[in-house]
Design a protein around this ligand. Sequence first.
Ligand code: DC
Length: 211
Amino acid sequence: MIVAIDGPAAAGKGTLSRLLAEEMNLAWLETGSLYRAVALRVLRDGSDPGDSRAAVGAAGHLDAGDLSDPELRREDVGQAASRVAAISEVRAALIGFQRRFAHRPPGKVRGAVLDGRDIGTVVCPDADHKIFVTATPEARARRRFLQLRESGTPVDERQVLAATVERDARDTERSASPLTPAEDAHLLDTTNLSIDAAFATLTAYISGSSD
Ligand code: DC
């Protein structure tokens, strides 16, 4: 079974995917971590994330250790990830890994859940279930702001909102695999939903009891 969960930053994809993986015994791949790992390598080399030669070089040299680096979660790495992700050669270098993970997931599992921006449209258009998780920019910025504050990072909520809107625009307006719902995706708006309520809706979509 392949489940594709797409949507903008901080809509709740990661939490929902993790819960789904646990509940249904699926392997989980957060595909954003691949773009973040490319971005972190580029930043550490002192290159610009918009420099396609540097980004394509980094994409060709990723290893498993890169994907578990706690620095991947940094705000500036998220922004840089969104810039390397606009380079079509970077996307081409990462698609094989994602498809292999979806079709031959590691471990004794029933299948895979992949979350990202283009899983239902480009990486796994043949996915058994596609969900597009969204929420207003204000709600997503608020969640991100609270997370950052809790982790001890001093932030201004207006700045988080501006960064969210900027990243949405870049991810949606790029020509290479832009963020957009697949035609056959279920839309799940989490603006006014608790995680429990959103997860119940997600599992209802997957079990086919809600259309
Ligand atoms: O999901 P995330 O915030 O960790 O993703 C970071 C960036 O990576 C995001 O702004 C756009 C890019 N990305 C992408 O283009 N395609 C994906 N499948 C996943 C992430």
